[in-house]
Design a protein around this ligand. Structure first.
Ligand SMILES: *[C@@H]1O[C@H](CO)[C@@H](O)[C@H](O)[C@H]1NC(C)=O
Ligand SMILES: *[C@@H]1O[C@H](CO)[C@@H](O)[C@H](O)[C@H]1NC(C)=O
Ligand SMILES: *[C@@H]1O[C@H](CO)[C@@H](O)[C@H](O)[C@H]1NC(C)=O
Ligand SMILES: *[C@@H]1O[C@H](CO)[C@@H](O)[C@H](O)[C@H]1NC(C)=O
Ligand SMILES: *[C@@H]1O[C@H](CO)[C@@H](O)[C@H](O)[C@H]1NC(C)=O
Ligand SMILES: *[C@@H]1O[C@H](CO)[C@@H](O)[C@H](O)[C@H]1NC(C)=O
Ligand SMILES: *[C@@H]1O[C@H](CO)[C@@H](O)[C@H](O)[C@H]1NC(C)=O
Ligand SMILES: *[C@@H]1O[C@H](CO)[C@@H](O)[C@H](O)[C@H]1NC(C)=O
Length: 450
């Protein structure tokens, strides 16, 4: 079900917007230097502790627990057993999934808390069952399900292969005669704390590839997340109800959002991401089924997007409430991106037309700085905001978006207030509300005091 074209609901000729764009030194308020503090916050306190006492890291090999690693035998039991032992081990331990072997693993729960710090070193390949029936009687939303883990590191250069093809074929987005059902997320981290995930390749998930839900302090890096551009709902990395999450130095090519951030999340930092094909980097969707949400302090700094449906996006359903605030998209390069900059408060990914509603998630204090490259469509900048809760304090600086096919590009604004500075192309259509500038400066000191 396609998303409604956000601009089609509006009359383009309505002369409501005051077009003002002057060089204000407005950017001071969005001073992100404090966000550097993320790095230190996310650094786990490991070296100090281990230097003071002898290193007694215990190593567990999954093969010693009966795993065959031939890609045919079911190795689930061996994974459960090795996890149980390592997780209850009183000092630091490590589980090895060796290189060169392929382990078939059914839907599985890796439960915490573990007694000590644990490293799961995946150097080989873990594959999911091909047949969706393997989930019969189990939670169809998860494959490798990490619950309540703290101080876990997952690394090793290995491959997680979701074998999603049969799930995709049965998706209602591919075959509309099928009912819409959930498919598994390949790696789910729920209620995690101090998690590091790095140096892994995650392929062809049944639905989302990696999800962090209700997590605190996550550092994910050097990930390769790959699925065909045509695969349905295969988000790369999904962040929900989580705080202090950093994702960096990763390549994501999938059929849905490269990164999506939803539900009551804050302190999210995304850096150096290559994305495409896919739907771009999205805040939302927010406010579905009249839900209430707070999202704040999100920075995306450094991304290369090619042939994606969206670039920097915020999407909300009508009828929601709460707010999305203090969000910055910086230094993003776009190549043939359909909606390079988009705020869509009329998002409707539903088979039935969404009714107009007056409630909306308030979108405010959003900046787009250094967004350059090519747009696949004429409308390179879209701000379709709520009539009852207009977008406020949007900020554009150093925007250069030209058309991929050499035509002109334009901006669309509906109930969008804000300002801009420096070169902005296509020209901004934001309406300026002077009284906001002062308010913003006053609140600057608290913005990034996480
Ligand atoms: C919602 O409002 C828009 C703009 O006023 C209008 O064009 C559209 O038809 C309305 N949609 C519904 C479902 O009422
Ligand atoms: C990823 O893991 C492999 C295998 O352990 C290792 O050789 C490589 O250096 C790691 N890469 C990064 C970026 O850590
Ligand atoms: C769509 O799904 C129906 C019911 O599962 C099935 O009979 C049909 O063959 C599928 N169509 C395609 C094109 O796969
Ligand atoms: C960006 O990420 C890629 C991996 O996707 C890595 O090779 C590169 O070194 C990173 N760049 C910086 C400046 O860290
Ligand atoms: C966000 O938190 C509020 C307050 O705890 C809660 O009512 C709301 O349901 C949460 N929203 C989401 C999307 O989880
Ligand atoms: C959301 O609220 C509107 C207005 O109160 C109501 O008409 C609609 O049925 C609600 N939708 C859901 C999914 O609860
Ligand atoms: C550019 O994007 C459009 C729209 O997504 C697509 O149809 C077209 O094939 C893309 N062009 C190239 C050269 O990839
Ligand atoms: C400007 O902002 C002030 C304070 O939020 C508000 O009262 C006023 O209505 C706004 N003016 C316009 C033209 O939107």
């Amino acid at each position: 079900m396609g998303q409604l074209s956000s601009s089609s609901a509006f009359s383009r000729s309505t002369p409501t917007q005051i077009i003002v764009c002057s060089i204000y030194f407005f950017y001071l308020f969005f001073n992100f230097t404090n966000v550097e503090g993320f790095d230190s916050l996310l650094r786990l306190p490991q070296s100090g502790a281990s230097r003071n006492r002898p290193r007694s890291k215990k190593v567990f090999y999954v093969d010693d627990f009966g795993a065959k690693g031939d890609g045919v035998n079911d190795d689930t039991k061996a994974f459960e057993d090795v996890w149980k032992l390592a997780c209850s081990f009183p000092s630091r331990s490590k589980i090895i999934i060796p290189v060169g072997k392929t382990y078939l693993v059914q839907p599985i729960i890796f439960g915490g808390h573990c007694r000590s710090k644990l490293t799961l070193r995946i150097s080989g390949t873990i594959i999911a069952p091909k047949d969706p029936d393997a989930w019969a009687g189990l939670n169809p939303q998860k494959w490798l399900d990490f619950q309540g883990v703290n101080h876990l590191t997952v690394e090793g250069g290995g491959i997680i292969e979701g074998m999603g093809q049969e799930w995709w074929a049965r998706s209602c987005k591919i075959n509309t005669t099928n009912p819409c059902r959930h498919a598994p997320t390949a790696m789910v981290f729920h209620r995690c704390n101090n998690l590091k995930v790095r140096n892994l390749t995650v392929l062809n998930s049944q639905q989302m590839h990696m999800a962090f839900t209700s997590c605190v302090r996550v550092a994910a890096s050097h990930l390769r997340v790959l699925a065909p551009g045509s695969s349905p709902n295969t988000d790369g990395i999904h962040i929900s109800a989580s705080n202090l999450v950093q994702i960096k130095n990763s390549v994501i090519r999938t059929g849905d959002d490269c990164i999506s951030i939803v539900g009551n999340s804050s302190g999210i930092r995304i850096r150096n991401i290559t994305c495409g094909p896919g739907h771009g980097i999205s805040i939302g969707s927010l406010g579905k089924w009249n839900s209430s949400v707070q999202i704040h302090d999100v920075i995306v700094d450094g991304a290369f997007l090619s042939n994606t449906e969206n670039g920097a996006r915020i999407k909300t359903w009508q009828g929601g409430s709460g707010s999305a605030t203090n969000i910055a998209f910086r230094n993003m390069w776009m190549e043939n991106v359909s909606n390079p900059i988009i705020i869509d408060q009329y998002y409707c990914d539903s088979p039935v037309t969404c009714q107009n509603q007056s409630l909306a998630v308030k979108v405010e204090d959003i900046s787009f700085v250094g967004i350059k490259g090519t747009s696949a469509t004429e409308e390179a900048i879209t701000f379709a905001c709520s009539e009852t809760f207009p977008c406020e304090r949007l900020y554009l600086e150093d925007i250069q978006l030209v058309s991929y096919s050499g035509e002109s590009t334009s901006s669309f604004c509906w109930e969008a207030q804000g300002s801009c500075s420096g070169l902005v192309h296509p020209p901004s259509c934001l309406s300026l509300n002077d009284s906001y500038i002062e308010q913003k400066v006053l609140s600057s000191s608290v913005l990034w005091s996480i």
